[in-house]
Design a protein around this ligand. Structure first.
Ligand code: SAH
Length: 374
């Protein structure tokens, strides 16, 4: 682990160019100067991209079909930085959480969630978050900094190897539902989407960007040629209630949000997922279920109902099953499709809204010791 950190710090000070920030189509331009210097053909760029995106090379020394002098020069000028795994924990339900330490000491989490036939990666788009949703532990924690495209992509690249090792299969789906608000880090998130899709070959339909409802980001996603999926964290169908749960409702109130969602749907023809956490007697009444159905009337939407997962300092409780059932019945009677989702990885604090790091005084445990058997 130490060696990785030193290499990463060196990259910072020596100003090496980070290849994970780039789409394969950019490799020729990015690597051009080094290739030209050694009189190497431009097809080497494609070869190197293959090593990064298909063969998951950790460094240039692994690229054995490149001439030795080229490998040496590449290692001086470029980096393919892995993240430092500070902590790994495996839940009884199979979920695997990673805590990654970034070059400057910031930390983010990602979660691998296996189901019967596939593995989903939930990744982070920011260190911390500025949006302060009332029910979210990351929001409590405040904003630290944006992640680079490379830091988002590296969460995938590093977790993919773990998934293959632990589950015997690679990642099938990626959701931007970890720490942070993807659409408040739009440039890096859009770049990372292109790289996951065009570099690592993940189908756009297998990648979901979840937003609390930032209208410019929704428009930007709608303008993309690839059909990436969109999830919206709604949590309340009425302005006054929503602004108490999701403060950004003040800036992008429901009518503006839904205008952007209709545009997205017209442009993409894709179903939109709505996340709705169920907090006992806060947002789970029959009346609100009807308001939600009204709101979704002219959209192709799907509602994921997620029992609130308690976080410290709130006296809320998750809605009991009968209230959730009542809510679902109203939605279904109104022709709105809904499903109830159980948070996964509860025992290792990997569940929705729990992705929060105890930075102060946190002892980073040895990766191997922390990896409990499921
Ligand atoms: N900022 C983005 C991505 C973060 S994921 C967004 O808001 O969509 C946010 C999701 O985590 C929410 O939709 C919600 O489904 C879930 N979540 C956050 N805190 C939760 C909590 N305390 N209990 C249950 N789900 C929670």
């Amino acid at each position: 682990m130490k060696i990785v950190v030193l290499m990463a710090e060196e990259a910072e000070t020596t100003g090496r160019h980070e290849l994970l920030d780039h789409h394969p189509d950019e490799y020729e331009a990015v690597l051009g100067p080094a290739l030209a210097e050694l009189g190497q053909p431009t097809y080497r760029a494609r070869q190197i991209s293959g090593w990064v995106h298909e063969r998951f090379a950790a460094g240039f020394d692994e690229m054995t079909d490149l001439p030795a002098d080229l490998r040496t020069l590449l290692a001086k000028r470029y980096s393919i930085s892995p993240l430092e795994m500070a902590f790994q924990a495996r839940s009884r339900d199979g979920t695997v959480k990673h805590l990654w330490r970034l070059r400057d000491g910031e930390q983010v989490e990602s979660v691998l969630i296996p189901s019967r036939d596939r593995v989903t990666l939930c990744l982070s788009s920011q260190a911390g978050c500025a949006l302060a949703c009332r029910f979210c532990a990351t929001g409590d924690f405040g904003f630290r900094r944006q992640l680079s495209a490379a830091e988002i992509v590296a969460q995938f690249r590093d977790a993919e190897l773990v998934a293959r090792h632990v589950f015997g299969r690679g990642i099938a789906n990626v959701v931007y539902m970890g720490m942070g608000e993807p659409m408040a880090n739009l440039d890096a998130v859009l770049a990372s989407l292109s790289i996951l899709h065009g570099g690592f070959g993940l189908g756009a339909r297998r990648i979901t960007v979840s937003t609390v409802g930032l209208v410019p980001g929704i428009r930007a996603l709608a303008a993309r040629p690839e059909p990436f999926r969109l999830a919206v964290s709604l949590h309340a169908p009425e302005h006054t209630l929503r602004e108490t749960l999701v403060p950004v409702e003040k800036r992008y109130p429901l009518p503006d949000l839904f205008a952007a969602l209709r545009e997205y749907q017209e442009a993409k023809g894709r179903r939109i997922t709505f996340e709705y956490i169920m907090i006992d007697r806060v947002n789970d009444s029959h009346e609100l279920a009807h308001s939600l159905a009204d709101l979704l009337q002219d959209l192709d939407g799907f509602v994921n109902l997620i029992p609130y997962n308690p976080i410290p300092g709130r006296d809320w409780r998750p809605s009991p099953p009968e209230r959730i059932e009542g809510f679902v019945q109203v939605l279904e009677s109104r022709g709105v499709e809904a499903a109830v989702r159980r948070p996964r990885g509860l025992d290792i604090a990997a569940a929705c809204g729990q992705l929060r790091l105890e930075r102060e005084g946190m002892e980073v445990e040895d990766t191997g010791d922390a990896d409990e058997a499921p």
